[in-house]
Design a binder for this molecule. Structure first.
Ligand SMILES: NC(=O)c1ccc[n+]([C@@H]2O[C@H](COP(=O)([O-])OP(=O)(O)OC[C@H]3O[C@@H](n4cnc5c(N)ncnc54)[C@H](O)[C@@H]3O)[C@@H](O)[C@H]2O)c1
Length: 243
């Protein structure tokens, strides 16, 4: 059987790296993307596992980078069957203190970056009449969050992007879905104080934090042929937090 290829943005660490390992362990070609620091350890792990992968530097919010990364992935592996738009940043502050630049910056990476990568990859998927686009939103995009107007807006925007792309591409056998993680243990959430973590924990019915594999497992299913009749959906993986 022909190997499938997944491109995962922001996969140098956290959820993206977790997804990369999960797909690689199941025989996919994996295209890693980092913006600043080459993920040397992750690459060593993938090599040890005998995975086929490519690691590309690129900023998802820069149109030329998005196009170049898709081109290089196709040159290496022939096609892209799945795209996971995972790259994301936070620049938290209360709304009244937030600088316009910090609002724009977060929208640029999280939302515009997802749009640019989707646009570039979907032209490849349309030719093949097959594709799976998986966008990483957030529970915060569903519920809002004090101190995160920029981040919540970007993650809510990703939901609109997901549904619109799903409608535009459904007839081409390309699905587009969003995953809305709750609180997942990564470097992004490590920076929160113990007090904040405790209060978040109090809001999670299952009483525990999520792991990167919790997201990787769903991303993998949404990238599979078996999920072909699911599109335009937002699926929360949050221990019941958004109920
Ligand atoms: N951790 C959580 O609890 C949680 C919850 C909900 C949603 N999310 C979302 O999941 C995704 C991954 O989160 P994480 O916790 O692994 O975060 P993380 O900070 O550990 O990883 C984010 C990754 O994105 C990359 N990145 C940042 N800007 C980029 C750019 N311009 N171009 C390319 N790559 C860039 C970073 O280098 C990093 O590899 C993000 O979109 C985040 O918003 C995380």
């Amino acid at each position: 059987m022909e190997k499938k290829t997944v491109l995962i943005t922001g996969s140098s660490r956290g959820i993206g790296a977790g997804c990369a390992l999960y797909f690689a362990e199941r025989g996919w070609n994996v295209v890693l993307n980092y913006s600043r620091k080459e993920p040397v350890e992750l690459m060593d792990t993938l090599k040890e596992k005998g995975a086929t992968f490519l690691c590309l530097q690129g900023d998802v919010s820069v149109p030329e980078d998005a196009e170049r990364m898709v081109k290089e992935a196709v040159e290496a592996f022939g096609s892209i069957e799945a795209l996971v738009n995972n790259a994301g940043i936070t620049k938290d502050n209360l709304m009244l203190r937030m600088k316009a630049e910090d609002f724009r910056n977060v929208i640029d990476v999280n939302l515009t970056g997802s749009f640019l990568m989707t646009k570039a990859a979907s032209s490849v998927m349309m030719k093949k009449r097959y594709g799976r686009i998986i966008n990483i939103s957030s529970v915060v995009g569903l519920r809002g969050n004090a101190g995160q107007v920029n981040y919540a807006s970007s993650k809510a925007g990703i939901i609109g992007l997901t549904k619109s792309v799903a409608k535009e591409l459904a007839k081409r056998n390309i699905t587009c879905n969003a995953i809305a993680p709750g609180f997942i243990e990564t470097e992004m959430t490590d920076v929160l104080s113990d007090k904040v973590k405790e209060s978040i924990l109090g809001e999670i019915p299952s009483g525990k934090l999520g792991k990167t594999e919790d997201i990787a497992q769903l991303a993998y299913f949404l990238a599979s042929e078996e999920s072909s009749y699911i599109t335009g959906q937002v699926i929360a993986v949050d221990g019941g937090m958004s109920m």
